[in-house]
Design a binder for this molecule. Structure first.
Ligand SMILES: CC(=O)N[C@H]1[C@@H](OP(=O)(O)OP(=O)(O)OC[C@H]2O[C@@H](n3ccc(=O)[nH]c3=O)[C@H](O)[C@@H]2O)O[C@H](CO)[C@@H](O)[C@@H]1O[C@H](C)C(=O)N[C@@H](C)C(=O)N[C@H](CCC(=O)O)C(=O)O
Length: 530
């Protein structure tokens, strides 16, 4: 897909921020001096590790004609200095201007489409992907931004990936750029993951957001946020997004009440932002979750709230059945997805569609055709043999959740193929071993990016967490490990292959080789099908 370049005059751009700048034509903005060329302005800000201003000489040597540099002196705001062929324009509080600057440069792309931002500790990627798939099935060209990269949805297995993701949420400039690319590709709906880091750093502060989704909150990222309270507050910043019309909350997670309280407390405030003037009607709250009790409903629901609940949920060998009970209607749902968390993710996605005004019957129709998210609890049924599930789980908690979920889908055995990364957090190895032993019937320890360590020594660290280390099977080669399970498992068993998910490489020693577990399992699926 060819995207036209974006051309702006620095004078017109900076005039929007009250600065009288020279008239230089630029085709892009970048925070990284290494990406600079003669047509790209370098935006130099102080970071967490380094100071972008130290890279100004590099940007000049790469031909930058315009450099926007953070200054800590309010008096210096707007001052200009020529250095070689470059003009350096000082901007006070530049980090907090980045989103607005990029929105102005790329002509406010979020205003040209429907947008949904998803935050929460778990479920962001799946919710974004499921919503994108559903919206596309309903006939709206859709795109997603998050851990899996930025892509326009082009149907099952053929997503056009714009960029692989360096961060869950791209930096403030990159995000506006990606949205502008989507506009050029005639995208009318974008769902994106909003990480807590991104929210605190204002990476999305000028991205008009129609709907905010909160999935859940558990312990994570305390190295960055310090305390759970700060982490929770960071997530709640999503409620300050410009343009918010609806918020999807999880009735089963107590943090949702803080979101509801925040909305109540701020209902009277004007929601317009400085750069994007949008009047703020009362935000609609849509509650999602599993069969809430009357008590829960009484504390959470206001008369004007909407809901989207799952009742009579049952898990079986090819998916999940439940009754969707919502303010828009009631219908039986058959999902070809695994895991109770996928019920939650699907409910969040359904809530967004219904809040956007999609017809209930159409939503039910497309939900019944949902495909798994690549590499996230992705099922490969092998007729006559066990089903294989490829999942990205690579932490003790994630592994436990995945194995517990698998157990709900079968009366047979759950097999677990997994490993741990070399040269990384050794502490989690015995914990992953313990989680696997507790929740799987058979465990097969294999290689997962062993890097400079030997797979055997990593396996021995994993086994240190086992009660019965001699029962664990060791097979360093991942494909052979999966074959071992397929050769020995019964028809009703489930084989969880954890750790790789959507990734397509294996790092052993210093060698990175191509390894796509989804492709391998799809091949084995054909081979073993009876
Ligand atoms: C703490 C944090 O958010 N860091 C992110 C942030 O780094 P930073 O701004 O502090 O950058 P820095 O490395 O100190 O450099 C300062 C400036 O110098 C520039 N620079 C640097 C080197 C150079 O040669 N030239 C150059 O111009 C950098 O582009 C930057 O503008 O901006 C960088 C560029 O966008 C990100 O890559 C970097 O993510 C690092 C890799 C990271 O680990 N981030 C994690 C903590 C993170 O943000 N994670 C969340 C997801 C968490 C989750 O939910 O799972 C995310 O949204 O990605």
């Amino acid at each position: 897909m060819v995207v036209n370049s974006f051309i702006q005059s620095t004078r017109a751009l900076l005039a929007k921020f009250g600065i009288d700048a020279p008239d230089i034509r630029i085709e892009g903005l970048t925070l990284d001096s290494r990406d600079v060329n003669t047509k790209t302005a370098f935006v130099a800000v102080k970071g967490h590790e380094r100071d972008g201003r130290d890279f100004i000489p590099q940007a000049i040597s790469l031909g930058a004609r315009v450099i926007l540099a953070q200054t800590d002196d309010s008096q210096a705001h707007g001052q200009m200095e020529m250095r070689d062929h470059s003009v350096i324009i000082s901007l006070y509080q530049l980090p907090s201007m980045l989103s607005a600057l990029a929105a102005a440069f790329y002509d406010y792309p979020a205003l040209k489409m429907m947008t949904v931002a998803v935050t929460g500790t778990n479920g962001k990627t799946s919710t974004v992907q499921l919503l994108t798939q559903l919206k596309d099935a309903l006939g709206t060209r859709s795109a997603s931004v998050g851990t899996l990269g930025s892509s326009v949805y082009e149907g099952e297995n053929t997503q056009w990936v714009t960029t692989a993701a360096a961060n869950t949420t791209p930096n403030a400039i990159r995000l506006q750029y990606v949205l502008a690319e989507f506009v050029q590709c005639e995208v009318r709906h974008t769902a994106f993951e909003a990480s807590s880091h991104a929210l605190v750093q204002g990476r999305l502060s000028q991205v008009k957001t129609d709907i905010a989704v909160f999935t859940n909150l558990t312990r994570d990222h305390l190295d960055y946020h310090g305390t759970m309270e700060e982490y929770a507050k960071a997530k709640r910043l999503l409620l300050d997004q410009p343009g918010l019309e609806a918020v999807v909350l999880n009735v089963n997670d107590s943090e949702s009440q803080n979101w509801a309280d925040y909305l109540d407390a701020n209902a009277a405030k004007d929601g317009s932002s400085e750069e994007i003037a949008i009047s703020k009607p009362r935000v609609t709250r849509v509650w999602t979750g599993f069969e809430p009790t009357d008590d829960v409903l009484a504390t959470h629901k206001q008369p004007q709230d909407r809901h989207c609940f799952a009742t009579n949920v049952s898990y079986h060998s090819s998916g999940i059945r439940f009754d969707l009970v919502s303010s828009w209607g009631t219908a039986p749902i058959e999902l070809a997805l695994f895991g109770s968390f996928n019920v939650s993710n699907t409910l969040s996605a359904i809530s967004c569609l219904l809040a956007q005004g999609e017809r209930f019957e159409n939503v039910v129709r497309v939900v019944n055709g949902l495909q798994p998210v690549p590499g996230r609890m992705e099922v490969f049924p092998v007729g006559g043999s066990a089903s294989v599930i490829v999942d990205y789980a690579h932490t003790p908690d994630a592994l436990e959740q995945v194995l517990k979920s698998a157990k709900t889908h079968t009366a047979g055995k759950v097999w677990c193929v997994f490993g741990c990364g070399g040269d990384r957090d050794k502490g989690k190895r015995p914990l992953m071993g313990a989680a696997a032993e507790q929740h799987a019937d058979v465990i097969v320890i294999t290689t997962d990016n062993s890097r400079s360590e030997s797979p055997e020594s990593i396996a021995s660290d994993i086994k240190a967490g086992l009660q019965r280390p001699n029962d664990a099977v060791e097979e360093a080669d991942r494909e052979s490990a999966i074959r071992y399970c397929l050769d020995s498992a019964d028809e009703n068993d489930i084989i969880i292959v954890a750790g790789k998910g959507h990734e397509d490489y294996q790092i052993i020693g210093t060698q990175q080789t191509d390894y796509n577990e989804r492709t391998v399992v799809a091949r084995l699926q054909q081979e073993y099908k009876k």
